[in-house]
Design a protein around this ligand. Sequence first.
Ligand SMILES: Cc1cc2nc3c(=O)[nH]c(=O)nc-3n(C[C@H](O)[C@H](O)[C@H](O)COP(=O)(O)OP(=O)(O)OC[C@H]3O[C@@H](n4cnc5c(N)ncnc54)[C@H](O)[C@@H]3O)c2cc1C
Length: 435
Amino acid sequence: MTAERPRVVIVGGGFGGLAAARGLARAPVDVTLVDRTNHHLFQPLLYQVATAGLSPAEIASPIRRILRRQRNARVLLGEAVAIDTATRRVRLADGEIGWDYLVVAVGASHSYFGRDEWEAHAPGLKTLDDALEIRRRALVAYEEAEREDDAEARRPWLTFVVVGGGPTGVEMAGAFAEVARHTLARDFRRIDPRAARVLLVEAGPRILPTYPEGLSEKAQRQLEALGVQVWTGAAVTGVDASGVQVGGDRIAARTVVWAAGVQASPLARSLGVPLARAGRVRVLPDLTVPGQPAVFVIGDLAAVEQEGGLVPGVAPAAIQMGEHAARNVLRALRGEPLLPFRYRDKGSLATIGRKSGVADFGWVRLSGPLAWLAWLTVHIFFLIGFRNRFVVLFTWAWAYLTYDRSARLILGRGEPAPSRPSPPRPPGSTPSSAG
Ligand SMILES: Cc1cc2nc3c(=O)[nH]c(=O)nc-3n(C[C@H](O)[C@H](O)[C@H](O)COP(=O)(O)OP(=O)(O)OC[C@H]3O[C@@H](n4cnc5c(N)ncnc54)[C@H](O)[C@@H]3O)c2cc1C
């Protein structure tokens, strides 16, 4: 790298940031990609880690390794805390970096609609840590149920509530049901995991609201066939350590997952421009920030208007924006006018359990096994790294044949189970009553 070349700083190594970095591979610039984690995460498969189907390393790759052949790029581990457009510097938690062009791609996280106290009881799914925590809670719940003498007290341990009926909620609920009905069915002696209750709660009138109505209905039927109870028009009004309040209904549940809302990264505020809904940055058609022609905001963080609506917060949109921002940086370097971004929607897919799903490609709509097959193909294709593709395909083939989920490890230490009044039983003692 040379000091004279323009410096392009990319904050965030997710779908958007990585696409921008790769788009600049042959450009006469020095690229610095900063991320607070050392890995690029394939978020569409996070629910598989949360439900013990895949291990973390199978859906994530070190960013340093992904870019190791790109000689004009360096990777820094660091958390951006503010962007100073006046001095053209990104402030990190422990330092700062100057830029000539900046691409901000830090994505979004979950929103609890102002009820942040719910987060402790209903974790959302955004990072590998989130997925491992959800996996830990769900697996511990079965262990606690197995140890619980009292049938009434056992029920909340075997109740799994997913809040939010978008694609993530639907996939989580389907996978929870499959774990209960198949994976764990024969692993316990006192409890019958098949009796576990899985509830998907959606405030709107239907699940998968961004899909055509017919596919939403089919998705609901497929979930119900797996044993998931789907409540629509049901807004959650309270979440605490012992369960969820849905209007007048109380659901006693020890495992609650939040898949209901998203909110852009707080880093957006430091740009000092008006923000759109959910804290996203309203960018110009060329993806730059108003008044800042060298600052691009892309991916989930960007509010991009197209045909009267906003471009959705999905991986293909982030990738396309990353590629476009890279092209516009090159145009700016050559003194050419920047081009407007145009999102090409290639369709949406959601899986339900191990061989169902729904897919909307615009020109064709699928449901059932065909949709699942399309989902599988797309996800294997876009997963980064040959090894990951191979291992995931093998793991899924194995799971398909055996219903097994091999990543059923309880890792990490959460709070001790609050409802357990008695001290741990001494070794060798047996439970006092059969379940
Ligand atoms: C559970 C889940 C399932 C999903 N399923 C699908 C799906 O099936 N299909 C689909 O198309 N989309 C799906 N999405 C949405 C998709 O993942 C996002 O739209 C996409 O990841 C957005 O890309 P991005 O580059 O904007 O942000 P991200 O991919 O989220 O990347 C942001 C990066 O920025 C880093 N970062 C954040 N803050 C900072 C900071 N302050 N400093 C430094 N680094 C920072 C993060 O570590 C991360 O690497 C899913 C999302 C989730 C959470």
